[in-house]
Design a binder for this molecule. Structure first.
Ligand code: BTN
Length: 247
């Protein structure tokens, strides 16, 4: 990962750029990485926008070809990438980095970054995957609506980090977890993911269909569904169906 590295000053979205590159210049080497100082149309999960201060943060996309991975196991790619990014950041930070289901990166209950994986499928397996990673590294302040929910490495360490150094760590850990995935170490990946999962087995407040409730995360299904205990009952939630409330 990172042998073929393309650095851009500005792009709409590194995910879009990489997807276009892959479709126009097949075969694109696996492990190709796009990095941009600035994105003017960065995209987040669930059709949201992803905006960060230019030149201060990591906006990157990594091209993988997990053709060994069955579509029904595709959530393991989210797991592997979330663990890799959390481990890479943990290297620089004093306290544990958590993963908020499905794949947000959290520190001290605030969002440090997010991951947007876009798969292209063929038959029953994944043909290629664009792994988009956005991390708040050297940004010092956030707009008022984000200030409560977001954090950055700078806000934690009070010093700037070299973005390239962070990228190198990300490459190392993506390779590590990608190899785990390739060698079908599903149960290790799954249990490591639960260990890092924000509020795993702890009471917290969530919102579903406009209703606030208290619940406990008990696990994650292979499909990626979240398993929760609410009022002594087990309930499963799909992506988009539930949101954790910052308290
Ligand atoms: C989220 O938290 O909703 C996911 C955010 C993902 C942002 C990254 S930045 C690099 C890549 N290009 C994009 O347009 N989005 C991802």
């Amino acid at each position: 990962v990172g042998q073929n590295l393309i650095k851009l000053k500005e792009v709409d979205s590194t995910n879009n750029y990489l997807k276009n590159l892959a479709s126009n210049s097949e075969p694109l080497p696996e492990g190709t990485v796009i990095m941009a100082d600035n994105q003017f149309a960065g995209r987040g999960q669930q059709e949201s926008v992803w905006q960060t201060e230019a030149g201060k943060n990591i906006s990157t996309s990594i091209y993988l070809k997990p053709s060994f991975l069955a579509i029904k196991k595709q959530f393991y790619l989210n797991i592997a990438v979330s663990l890799a990014v959390a481990d890479a950041l943990s290297y620089f930070l004093p306290l544990a980095v958590a993963v908020k289901w499905p794949n947000d990166i959290y520190y001290n209950r605030k969002k440090l970054g997010g991951i947007l994986i876009e798969n292209s499928l063929t038959g029953t397996t994944i043909k290629s995957a664009v792994i988009g990673i956005g991390l708040n590294i050297n940004q010092q302040v956030f707009k008022s609506d984000l200030a409560e929910k977001a954090t950055s490495v700078f806000q934690i360490l009070h010093k700037e980090l070299d973005l390239e150094l962070v990228m190198e760590k990300i490459f190392v850990y993506i390779e590590k977890y990608y190899l785990n995935l390739k060698s079908e170490k599903y149960s290790i990946l799954h249990s490591n993911y639960l260990k890092k999962l924000l509020y795993f087995d702890l009471e917290a407040n969530y919102i579903h269909n406009g209703q606030v409730f208290e619940g406990k995360i008990k696990g994650v299904e292979e499909s990626g569904y979240l398993i929760m205990e609410v009022d002594n009952q087990i309930k499963n939630f799909n992506f988009k169906e539930i949101e954790y409330i910052h308290t």
